[in-house]
Design a protein around this ligand. Structure first.
Ligand code: S3P
Length: 451
């Protein structure tokens, strides 16, 4: 059975056990950043383990349009001849970022540091997502930005390459906003500072250091101040680097929850990034009583990685602390699936940001669970899920994925422990972040098939 060829409708059915040792796919956040910084740097950047998902391919296409030479070598390593001192070029075509929110927001920031005009577009999901969170601070820096109603794409951004530095406190905890401002700030004469009240993933800061840029991080009473200082003239000096992309904890999350809810499962996932700004889900699952052990800690590409051992477990409900949200912002849909099998009612609140991800993930998750017999509630800013103490859910529902890869994968994991198979309307979006999902799941013993 070839799921690739028949990608649209996919179903998952009751599976008896998941076993085996697999490698987590490359991290999406790190992959975007490696391509963008490599395109800005002087010299040849080499990237091992790049996630070759559709989102990253969109970012590669975008950075090629700005003038970088990016290709995949025969050995699978990606190489980038960056624009360096000549700077990003004025693109001749629209910058189509596909489904990638991280891609478009970081690229809008990075490109704003150069004298150019670019038109940014995306698919239906990306075109419905708010961009003012990036456009407003960029306008404060001096960028002219024209967008659709509500700050939606398509957007045209023009910079004269002579922006002013800002000190900015984002109204929401967002690594994308922080990163866009810092990337623009690289080429601004003076010091650009982002003040974070809640820490978000720090991959941009880490990777800038690997490309030879000094990033200042200071703890102050009002929060963490993260600053970059641009040169008085010319472009910032980023020196090409060798990046090894660690495994994505947000993708490993689906494999972990699948093993936790499927009786007799015993799975090892190798090379998972353990940066504490990304591991909130692992804390939750451990608190719920899940068998999840990390060992063989080591460093790869400037990040800590480990191998995760996960076994089927009886789970108990928790109330997720809202302050943990930033470190697990993409993991709530899959946590909701784990919660459906726990003993008791799990509450996740203060997560309104989920409404503006690739889909409204609160309502999409609640709809997916309700369609398959799980008792749950859509709270104004969160979700409440009544677990069934490890019994099978009814299943039999068709889940609308709204072009959202994480809703699609979460629904398929739910189907592994359902009486009747669960079908999703469209599995194609899974390729944005986890193209090897079907192969890895079936290798472990999951019954996931094209319909
Ligand atoms: C990301 C940041 C998060 C996350 C997204 C990836 C990043 O978005 O949801 O999938 O790589 O910076 P926000 O910064 O908007 O929370």
């Amino acid at each position: 059975m070839n799921i690739e060829a028949n990608m649209k409708r996919v179903q998952s059915a009751k599976s008896t056990s998941l076993t085996g040792t697999i490698f987590a796919p490359g991290d999406k956040s790190i992959s975007h950043r490696a391509i963008i910084l490599g395109a800005m740097a002087e010299g040849e950047t080499r990237i091992d383990g790049l996630l070759e998902g559709a989102d990253i391919l969109s970012t590669i296409g975008a950075m090629r349009a700005f003038g970088a030479d990016i290709y995949r070598a025969d050995d699978g390593q990606w190489r980038i001849k960056g624009c360096g001192e000549s700077g990003l070029h004025h693109p001749r075509e629209d910058i189509d970022c596909g489904n990638a929110g991280t891609g478009v927001r970081l690229i809008m920031g990075a490109a704003s540091g150069y004298a150019l005009t670019a038109t940014y577009t995306g698919d239906a999901s990306l075109s419905s997502r708010p961009m003012n969170r990036i456009l407003d601070p960029l306008r404060d820096m001096g960028v002219t930005a024209k967008a659709q109603k509500g700050g939606r794409l398509p957007a045209i951004l023009t910079s004269d390459g002579d922006l002013s530095p800002i000190r900015y406190t984002p109204p929401i905890a967002s690594a994308q906003v922080k990163s866009a401002i810092l990337l623009a700030g690289l080429n601004i004469n003076g010091t650009t500072t982002v003040i974070e009240k809640t820490p978000t993933r720090n991959h941009t800061e880490n990777m800038l250091s690997a490309f030879g840029v000094e990033v200042s991080v200071k703890q102050r009473t009002g929060g963490t101040e993260i600053s970059v200082t641009g040169p008085a003239k010319g472009y910032a000096k980023l020196t090409a680097a060798h990046v090894s992309v660690p495994g994505d904890p947000s993708s490993a999350a689906f494999l972990i929850v699948a093993a936790l809810i499927t009786p007799n499962s015993d799975v090892i996932i190798k090379n998972v990034m353990m940066n504490p700004t990304r591991t909130g889900l692992f804390e939750c699952l451990t608190e719920m009583g899940g068998y999840l052990r990390a060992d063989n800690f080591r460093k790869s590409g400037g990040e800590i990685i480990a191998d995760l051992h996960v076994k089927y477990s009886k789970l108990s409900a928790i109330t997720v602390p809202p302050e943990r949200a930033a470190s697990m912002i993409d993991e709530y849909p899959i946590l909701a699936i784990a919660a459906a099998f726990a003993n008791g009612t799990t509450i996740m609140d203060d997560i309104g940001e989920l409404r503006v991800k690739e889909s409204d993930r609160i309502s999409a998750t609640i709809a997916a669970l309700s369609a398959n017999g799980v008792s749950c509630e859509d709270l104004a800013n969160g979700m409440k899920i009544k677990g069934n103490s490890g019994h099978l859910v009814a299943g039999g529902g068709i889940v609308t994925t709204h072009h959202d890869h994480r809703i699609a994968m979460s629904a398929l994991i739910l189907g592994l422990q359902s009486e009747a198979p669960i079908c999703i309307d469209d599995g194609s979006m899974i390729a944005t972040s986890f193209p090897s999902f079907f192969d890895l799941m079936n290798e472990l013993g999951a019954k996931i098939t094209a319909k």
